[in-house]
Design a protein around this ligand. Structure first.
Ligand code: GLP
Length: 253
């Protein structure tokens, strides 16, 4: 018999958004409680994503008052490029100039939704000057134990847009028109949405030991089915996850 090259993605049908988020958060809790130690590479490392879908997971984590996250590292999958200088330019001469977090940055988003309430050991974001070093940083930490992902309506994961190659590492991307349009809901006007971003690549993401991809809402159903029930293709970057040995994907209305 021909042995399969990889384990198929696992489909879970949690039944509700809250259950889906609870399931992921419980797995993170188990990891954090079971792993630890003084050594850098023995500490738990969680890969985080922005967007609205993982917010419920972050709410569940915040409820876990008996879990100590102070030895846990977090790595965010992506960040916009171009917000900071603009923001600083606008503020120049005014109080707050030099404030490091643009309110629309993913760093700020994560601070508001998670880091304000949970005291992680340290949290990392890719930056434009780190394309060559971000993957080595992750490797030095022993790799990502659990990576959380959402999915864009065009099938992107992180900011890996359609056409991204399977072997890509952390890199700078030009965002597609559809992503700019989708993400304009977070900005005052579509013109305020950055045109570029930095993202962990497909290979960077595939190196995570375990992955949970969450999708919510009828507008995600088609792309979810294409990504995980269709062929593996660069046109739908999330479909590469079918090759991962421990990837669970979940959809709910
Ligand atoms: C953004 C992020 C992705 C996220 C996607 C979906 O483009 N870069 O990491 O998965 O949006 O977001 P949402 O969960 O809000 O639909």
């Amino acid at each position: 018999m021909i042995q399969p090259q990889h384990m198929p993605v696992k489909f879970k049908h949690p039944g509700s958004y809250q259950k889906m988020c609870h399931l992921v958060a419980s797995n993170i809790k188990d990891l954090v409680k079971g792993k630890g130690g003084k050594e850098y590479h023995n500490r738990p490392v969680i890969g985080l994503a922005t967007g609205t879908t993982p917010l419920g997971v972050y709410e569940e984590l915040k409820k876990m008052k008996n879990t100590n996250f102070s030895d846990t590292y977090t790595i965010n999958v992506d960040e916009y490029i171009g917000l900071e200088p603009e923001f600083n330019a606008r503020l120049k001469g005014k109080e707050g100039y030099g404030f490091p977090q643009h309110p629309k940055s993913y760093y700020h988003y994560m601070t508001e939704h998670l880091f304000r309430d949970i005291n992680f050991k340290r949290s990392f974001f890719p930056g434009e000057s780190q394309t060559d070093t971000f993957d080595s940083l992750i490797a030095a930490m022993g790799g990502i134990d659990i990576q959380i992902l959402g999915i864009g309506t065009n099938g992107h994961i992180g900011f890996n847009e359609p056409g991204t190659s399977r072997d890509s590492l952390t890199h700078v991307v030009d965002l597609t028109e559809s992503t700019i349009k989708d993400n304009s809901r977070f900005f005052d006007t579509i013109n305020d949405v950055p045109k570029r971003a930095i993202t962990m690549g497909i290979e960077s993401i595939m190196r995570a030991k375990r992955i949970y991809l969450l999708a919510q809402g009828k507008h995600k159903k088609d792309i979810f089915d294409k990504a995980f029930k269709g062929e593996i293709t660069p046109d739908v970057p999330a479909s590469y996850l079918q090759e991962h040995s421990d990837c669970t994907v979940m959809y709910c209305d």
